[in-house]
Design a protein. Structure first.
Lengths: 117, 113
């Protein structure tokens, strides 16, 4: 079946601009995660959704970052007033995990490579 | 604070040999540990999960061990092939909640033909 889809695959933007990154999770997966990965580093947690609500947004670096998942499926990560330091690979993952059970593996998309010039 | 350590130096081994990668962690008491594979420009792909009450888990040429006393997991690939070349990441649930999975920095494996 279809995996996690992320669009666009690459995004180049100028400093100060606003960007939106989209994630289509695997159908039926209730949990959705956003991670950020810099070169040579592991994925860094940003935010986790269980259904429509953000269950844990403790990884968002500041208030320029915001994510939504209005219907419990597709999610959008929004970055305002982009800075060069925001340049990274943004990864989305989904899983079957229900709250409290854990242990389900994460299924990742191939990410959006964001470059802020 | 919680920390996951993987050897940041690349591991180069000859084809056919066994590759062993290490994941050490501190300030965790994880209920499970996961290993993922990541190829350049791609998202990580899940390989294996091992629970705290399991000492060893196998899947084809892969073997994972989990020592909760040493706070260490070892990931083995036997009869390694050039196609096994990739970065391997270990991941643990954040102590504050199962759903927040934290990743190590990964170890890059290069299998030389």
């Amino acid at each position: 079946g279809a995996g996690v889809s992320q669009t666009p695959s690459n995004k180049v933007t100028e400093k100060g601009k606003y960007v939106e990154l989209r994630c289509d999770p695997i159908s039926g997966h209730t949990a959705l995660y956003w991670y950020r990965q810099s070169l040579g580093q592991g994925p860094e947690f940003l935010i986790y959704f269980q259904g429509t609500g953000a269950a844990d947004d403790s990884g968002l670096p500041n208030d320029r970052f915001f994510a939504v998942r209005p219907e419990g499926s597709v999610s959008t990560l929004k970055i305002q007033r982009t800075e060069r330091g925001d340049s990274a690979m943004y990864l989305c993952a989904s899983s079957l995990t229900r709250s409290g059970q854990g242990k389900s593996p994460l299924h990742f998309g191939n990410g959006t490579r964001l470059t802020v010039t | 604070s919680q920390k996951i350590e993987q050897n940041s130096e690349a591991l180069n081994i000859q084809e056919g040999k066994t590759a062993t990668l290490t994941c050490n962690y501190t300030n965790y008491s994880p209920a499970y540990l996961q290993w993922y594979r990541q190829d350049p420009g791609r998202g990580p792909v899940f390989l294996l999960l091992i629970r705290e009450n399991e000492k060893e888990k196998r899947k084809e040429r892969l073997k994972v061990t989990f020592d909760t006393t040493l706070k260490q997991s070892l990931f083995h690939i036997t009869a390694s092939q050039p196609a096994d070349s990739a970065t391997y990441l270990c991941a643990l649930p954040y102590s504050g909640g199962y759903q927040k999975v934290t990743f190590g920095t990964g170890t890059k494996l290069q299998v030389i033909p």
